[in-house]
Design a protein around this ligand. Structure first.
Ligand code: PLP
Length: 447
C-alpha cells in the first residue's frame, strides 16, 4: 500500500494510503515533544499525529491516510469536517464566541434544546441543559434526579462507563485505568448485574429480575433517585441487552418513582440508525444524556427530559461557564440538519448491512470470534477461546496494531479487553468499509 506521494498532502484522499513506517518520522518527532510536556496519564491508542481529516479518512503529518473506524470514539458521527458543519461553526465564530448563557442568552442554545426535545424519545414536554462533556451530562442528570426525587441513591449496571470525573469514576465498572488510585469516591452508587447475553445466557425477563432483585435487596427502591443505563454499553463492549430487559427496568423505575436515565452519549445521535438507541428497545427514558456525536467534533453535551423533572432545580443550580458554547451549538444545529438532509439514519442501517455480514464471514473463518453484535454503525466482535470460553484479551490489540500498519484505525473495548468495536462515521462508504474489514481479516490470519 505504498506509493510515491509527497510527505504531506493537501487534499484528503478517499482511501487508505501508507507512505512511511507507522508512526512515521514526523509523528515520531512530535511524540518525543509530547512526551516531554503532556502528562503520562493521557495516553494515545495510535501515536500518529493527525493533520487533516475528511469524511471517514484521517491524514497524518507524514502523509499517511487512515480509514477511521473509530470516529474519535463516536464523535465525528456525521463524518470529519463535513462542509455544512464547518460552515455553520465558521459563521458563528465571526458573530459571537461567548456570552455565558446564564448572563445573556442567545438563540443557538435554545434551538439545540428544541432539536433535542424533538428528537429524543417520548411525546411530552421536554427541557434541556447544555454542558461541555459527557461526564458533565452524567453528573447533571444525577443532580437533577436527586433534586426531583429528594433521594440519594444512584443505580448503575455492571460493565458501565460514565466518565472520568469524581462522581462518574464511582459509577464506572472498571477500576483500571479509570479510577485506580484516584479515590476517595462518591458514595451511594449501587452497581447491579446487567444483561450480557453471550456471558449470562439469561432471557431479558430473567436478567431484569436479577437486576431488580439486587437493587431491591441492596438499596431499596425508595432510596434510589435514578437508574443510569447505556442502552448499548459503549466501553463495556457494545453489549446489546436481551429482549425485554431494558423495558422491564424502565417499568420498575416508573412504578417506584426512580428516574430512568439513558446514557446515550456513545449510542445516540443517529449512530444506531435511530436518533437514540433507546428507540430500538421501545424505551422512553425520563432523561436522555447526549454528548459525543452531537456537534460534529466540537465539545457539547446535554441532559434532556421530562419538563417537570428538568424544572425541579432552583435557578442557578445548573449551568457552567462554557456550557452550550455558541459555536458548538451552531455546529450541533448543522449536525441535526445534516442527519436529515443526508438521510444518515438510513446510512447507519446501510453500514450495519455491510459490516455485520462481513464480520459474520470472518467469524466462520476464525472461531475465536465468539460473537458479532451491535446495531447500525455500532458493531463489535468479542474474542474468546472456543474451547474454554476464556476471553482472549491480547487479540484486539494485536489486530489493531496490524491494521494501523495497513492504514486502518480500529478501536478496542470490553471489560476484559477482548472486544474490537467498529464505530465508523456515517460518511464511510461501503468500499472503505469492505476494504477495512479485509484488513482485519488479514490481521486475524496473520496471528
Ligand atoms: C464517553 C462516554 C462518557 C463520558 O463522556 P466524556 O465526554 O468523555 O466525559 C459517558 N458515558 C458514555 C456512555 C460514554 O461513551
Amino acid at each position: 500500500m505504498t506509493d510515491t506521494l509527497a510527505p504531506t498532502v493537501d487534499a484528503v484522499p478517499t482511501e487508505r494510503r501508507v507512505v512511511t513506517a507507522i508512526p512515521g518520522p514526523r509523528s515520531t518527532e512530535l511524540h518525543a515533544r509530547r512526551t516531554a510536556v503532556v502528562s503520562a496519564g493521557v495516553s494515545s491508542a495510535l501515536p500518529v499525529y493527525i493533520e487533516r481529516a475528511h469524511g471517514a479518512i484521517l491524514v497524518d503529518v507524514d502523509g499517511n491516510a487512515f480509514v477511521d473506524l473509530g470516529a474519535g470514539i463516536g464523535v465525528t458521527t456525521v463524518g470529519h469536517t463535513i462542509d455544512t458543519v464547518v460552515e455553520a461553526a465558521r459563521e458563528q465564530l465571526g458573530d459571537v464566541l461567548h456570552t455565558l448563557f446564564t448572563i445573556t442568552p442567545y438563540e443557538e442554545y435554545v434551538r439545540v434544546c428544541e432539536l433535542l426535545a424533538q428528537h429524543t424519545p417520548g411525546d411530552f414536554a421536554k427541557k434541556s441543559v447544555l454542558v461541555n462533556s459527557g461526564a458533565e451530562a452524567v453528573e447533571n442528570g444525577v443532580k437533577i434526579a436527586r433534586k426531583y426525587t429528594g433521594r440519594n441513591g444512584i443505580a448503575v449496571l455492571e460493565h458501565a462507563y460514565h466518565g472520568r470525573t469524581n462522581l462518574t469514576m464511582a459509577m464506572n465498572f472498571k477500576a483500571s485505568p479509570y479510577s485506580t488510585g484516584f479515590g476517595p469516591f462518591a458514595g451511594d452508587v449501587y452497581r447491579a448485574p446487567n444483561s450480557y447475553p453471550l456471558h449470562d445466557g439469561l432471557s431479558g425477563a430473567d436478567a431484569a429480575k436479577r437486576t431488580i432483585t439486587y437493587l431491591e435487596k441492596t438499596v431499596g427502591a425508595s432510596d434510589l433517585a435514578c437508574l443510569v443505563v447505556e442502552p448499548i454499553q459503549g466501553e463495556g463492549g457494545f453489549m446489546v441487552p436481551a429482549d425485554g430487559y431494558l423495558p422491564a427496568l424502565q417499568e420498575w423505575c416508573t412504578a417506584n418513582g426512580v428516574v430512568f436515565i439513558a446514557d446515550e452519549i456513545q449510542s445516540g445521535m443517529a449512530r444506531t440508525g435511530a436518533y437514540f438507541a433507546s428507540e430500538h428497545f421501545g424505551l422512553v427514558p425520563d432523561l436522555v444524556l447526549s454528548a459525543k456525536g452531537i456537534a460534529g467534533g466540537l465539545p457539547l453535551a446535554g441532559v434532556t427530559g421530562r419538563a417537570e423533572i428538568m424544572d425541579a432545580s432552583q435557578p442557578g443550580g445548573l449551568g457552567g461557564t462554557f456550557g452550550g458554547n455558541p459555536v458548538a451549538c451552531a455546529a450541533a444545529i448543522a449536525v441535526f440538519e445534516h442527519i436529515e438532509s443526508e438521510g444518515l439514519l438510513a446510512a447507519a442501517k446501510r453500514i450495519e448491512g455491510v459490516l455485520k455480514p462481513a464480520l459474520l464471514e470472518l467469524q466462520k473463518r476464525f472461531p475465536i470470534i465468539a460473537e458479532v453484535r451491535g446495531i447500525g454503525a455500532m458493531i463489535a466482535i468479542e474474542f474468546a477461546d472456543p474451547a474454554t470460553h476464556e476471553p482472549l484479551a491480547e487479540v484486539p490489540g494485536t489486530v489493531a496494531a496490524y491494521a494501523a500498519q495497513q492504514g486502518v484505525l480500529v478501536l478496542t473495548a470490553g471489560t476484559y479487553g477482548n472486544v474490537i468495536r467498529f464505530l465508523p462515521s456515517l460518511a464511510i462508504t461501503d468500499e472503505q468499509l469492505r476494504d477495512a474489514v479485509g484488513v482485519i481479516g488479514d490481521a486475524l490470519a496473520a496471528i
